[in-house]
Write a protein that binds this ligand. Structure first.
Ligand SMILES: Cc1cc2nc3c(=O)[nH]c(=O)nc-3n(C[C@H](O)[C@H](O)[C@H](O)COP(=O)(O)OP(=O)(O)OC[C@H]3O[C@@H](n4cnc5c(N)ncnc54)[C@H](O)[C@@H]3O)c2cc1C
Length: 412
């Protein structure tokens, strides 16, 4: 057995490898990635990259010299196909297998595909990888009418970027409001208004039954209510699925992702997993969840890397997420699921506000629009289990930072 093998070279894979190395792991570290690019930032794909304000070069997370410096062997364009736990080997497509002493799986997630007539027509696109973004950007140049299926983060960010490029955009969302699983009705309502103001046509509670084509190219989307919407391009953003097949095949425990503890350890003590592909018990959610965010991928992988190096530092960070749509910067800290009270700080009309969410009197999450300072304060409050009263929250003269400093706080 020898060294650490990491599958996937994105936020989780890289952070795990680095954390192990920086914590003194002295064996070989090999990171294998099926994508051919150098590791890159994924969030800008739907934002600056699509709108033309970022390039492939500017997205690079770490260059080859960085990995060489750290003594990490980066192998791109190679897919890991199986794991032999008994022999501790990872099989690679078209390459010799790799032995491992420890293994970190950071295989991320993939876009959920539409299964309905016309879904495989040319011009029906998804956005997950840099290659997807390059293809989408090229297709957008020639398209005038864009239909986006799904009013989640990716759909709405693409809508904003396409709008900036002067396209006619329609968003079809089956739920009664935008971002239903991620934000409260107040924030959904605010973002709906922002998109409407920019001229995006949004249909809520809308199902689609088929996509129609002409000469193999997408031409229209047929909705469940009988409406037909013309489209030169259909972008599907209906959620992600964990890339956990390789873990399932080798018998690791998986439920909506690879099950890990707070050190990123799977049901096999020598195998770790982190990021979008992993599911963990989250003390802030008080539930088993699989998060799809940069913060989760990096912090969870850091905990895994430390454990691989024989050090400790359990994953206990407060969940965080952000999304940029036009001039609205949404930041989320904590998990607002099942909140029973909320308090508004700032002004919705001015587009600068935060909503503080409570469950049984305890602050559990804060969504902010264009209020980065409040997000910082909120992180400390939630990590420290400190709950300002709703009256303190609504009183703009009350300094949220004046509340007692967190004792035994989680890492923020
Ligand atoms: C368009 C877009 C916008 C986003 N915007 C935001 C945002 O604003 N804020 C935010 O917090 N998050 C955002 N996210 C989510 C964020 O990018 C992910 O949560 C994050 O990338 C997860 O990192 P990861 O390392 O777990 O997985 P991934 O980034 O998915 O990387 C996994 C890598 O492993 C590779 N891989 C998979 N299987 C194998 C195999 N068998 N062998 C070799 N390699 C393999 C994959 O090809 C991929 O390169 C966005 C995601 C997308 C797609």
């Amino acid at each position: 057995m020898t060294g650490l093998v990491v599958i996937g070279a994105s936020y989780a894979g890289i952070q795990g490898a680095l954390a192990a190395r920086d914590a003194g792991y002295s064996e070989t570290i090999t990171v294998v990635a099926d994508e051919t690019w150098l590791p890159y930032q994924r969030p800008p794909l739907s934002k600056d990259f699509l709108a033309g304000a970022a390039t492939e070069e500017s997205l690079v997370l770490r260059d080859r010299a960085f990995f060489a410096n750290k003594g990490i062997d980066l192998v791109v364009g190679v897919r890991a196909v199986d794991i032999d736990r008994r022999a501790r080997k990872v099989g690679l497509a078209g390459h010799p297998e790799l032995n491992f002493d420890k293994l970190l799986i950071g295989t991320g997630s993939r876009a959920r595909r539409l299964a309905l007539p016309g879904a495989d027509l040319s011009g029906v696109l998804y956005l997950r990888t840099l290659q997807d973004a390059i293809d989408l950007r090229a297709s957008l140049l020639d398209a005038a009418e864009i239909v986006i299926v799904g009013g989640g983060f990716i759909g709405l960010e693409v809508a904003a970027s396409a709008c900036k490029l002067g396209k006619k955009v329609t968003v079809l969302e089956s739920a009664p409001r935008l971002l239903e699983r991620a934000v409260s009705p107040t924030v959904s309502e605010f973002l709906l208004d922002v998109h409407l103001q920019h001229g995006v046509d949004i249909h809520l509670g809308e199902t689609i039954v088929s996509i129609e084509g002409e000469n193999g190219l997408v031409a229209a989307v047929q909705c469940g209510n009988g409406t037909k919407i013309r489209a030169d391009l259909v972008l599907v953003g209906v959620g992600g699925l964990p890339n956990d097949q390789i873990a399932r095949d080798t018998g690791l425990s998986c439920t909506n992702g690879i099950t890990v503890d707070d050190h990123g350890r799977t049901s096999d003590p020598n195998i770790f997993a982190a990021g979008d592909c992993a599911t963990h018990y989250n003390s802030f959610a008080q539930d088993w969840i699989r998060l799809e965010s940069v913060q989760n991928a990096q912090d969870q992988a850091k905990a895994a890397g430390l454990a691989i190096a024989g050090s400790t530092g359990p994953y206990a960070s407060v969940p965080r997420f952000w999304s940029d749509q036009y001039d609205a910067k949404l930041q989320i800290v904590g998990i607002s699921r099942n909140f029973d009270d909320q308090a508004l700080r700032g002004s919705i009309d001015d587009g600068q506000f935060s909503i503080f969410y409570y469950r049984q009197g305890k602050l559990i999450a804060v969504d902010s629009i264009n209020r980065p300072g409040e997000q910082l304060a909120a992180r400390r409050l939630i990590a420290g289990g400190i709950s300002p009263t709703p009256d303190q929250v609504t009183d703009l003269s009350f300094d949220l930072k004046s509340l007692p400093k967190p004792a035994n706080a989680a890492r923020v």
